[in-house]
Design a protein around this ligand. Structure first.
Ligand code: ZN
Length: 282
């Protein structure tokens, strides 16, 4: 059993002197905490009182029905679905599978959320506004996105109870490395422009991140991972700048470095096909 005061001490140790923290988390891994997930989120916010805390608040449920896999929907219904998918509202649309800490941080008083209809982030703290804005629809994770600013600010990336497969900054590294499979993928999304509902194409990149943990051994070997413990959970922390630079070097050596090796992964199979490196594994 953990008390909020235990968590605060552990989180302080994990966050160190970081001015900006990007948190990916799964509170279940922390174990039993007096006060539950509310107490965990409160502890995170307390420890970030003088910092800027950033969480992903993606809303992938409004992506084009042609990309749906869980479950797939028949092509005959795509048009009808496109016509009725909800428009993203940064002040209201709930994040999809981002973890309950992210949900509570996003809704905390003073938090601001970016405008991207699918790949938004929320932030709270002194630098929140400059991090989340702008977030161009055509550049969800590239050079003009919040992720580029997190790299520039050298935020501390904290993976709390989750592995690198949840590390969105590695998608930013893919974009910055200009891997050819980024341009090959795009998705449609409903937006309102000048009061009119429109269906537009946004750049997607490879939406699979299951291959990201392949980078962990070399990151550790380079001394770029700091381990901490929060409750029962393992917390890995990394410098955003070092992480992105390391990932870009890995991609420069092997363009498929961040792709997963799961049999039947459609996204990574397609990415390998684009790379011309498909060897039948994907
Ligand atoms: Zn994959």
């Amino acid at each position: 059993m953990w008390l909020p005061s235990d968590l605060r001490a552990q989180l302080r140790a994990a966050f160190g002197d970081a001015e900006v923290v990007v948190l990916h988390s799964a509170p279940r891994a922390i174990g039993w905490v007096a006060g539950g997930v509310e107490a965990i989120a409160r502890a995170v916010l307390d420890v970030c009182e003088d910092r800027t805390l950033v969480v992903p608040t993606f809303t992938v449920g409004r992506m084009d029905p042609s990309t749906w896999t869980e479950p797939p929907v028949p092509e005959a219904s795509w048009e009808a679905i496109r016509a009725e998918l909800p428009i993203y509202d940064p002040e209201w649309s709930p994040p999809h599978a981002m973890g309950r800490i992210a949900e509570l941080v996003w809704r905390a008083r003073g938090a601001v959320r970016s405008s991207h209809p699918v790949e938004s982030v929320a932030a709270i703290g002194p630098r929140a506004a400059e991090i989340v804005r702008p977030h161009p629809i055509e550049d969800p994770m590239g050079p003009r996105s919040p992720w580029a600013r997190l790299h520039a600010l050298d935020a501390r990336v904290v993976m709390l109870g989750v592995g690198l497969e949840r590390c969105s900054l590695l998608h930013h590294a893919e974009r910055m490395a200009e891997v050819p499979y980024v341009e090959a993928a795009a998705y449609g999304v409903p937006v309102v422009i000048d009061g009119e509902r429109r269906w537009i194409e946004a750049e997607s990149g490879n939406n699979c991140s299951e291959g990201f943990p392949r980078l962990e051994p070399s990151l550790r070997k380079a001394g770029l991972v700091t381990d901490a413990t929060v409750g029962d959970a393992r917390a890995m922390t990394l410098s955003a700048r070092a992480l992105v630079d390391h990932a870009r070097a890995a991609i420069a050596a092997d363009a498929a470095a961040l792709l997963c090796e799961r049999r039947g992964c459609v996204a990574c199979g397609e990415a390998r096909r684009v790379l011309g490196a498909c060897s039948g594994k994907g």
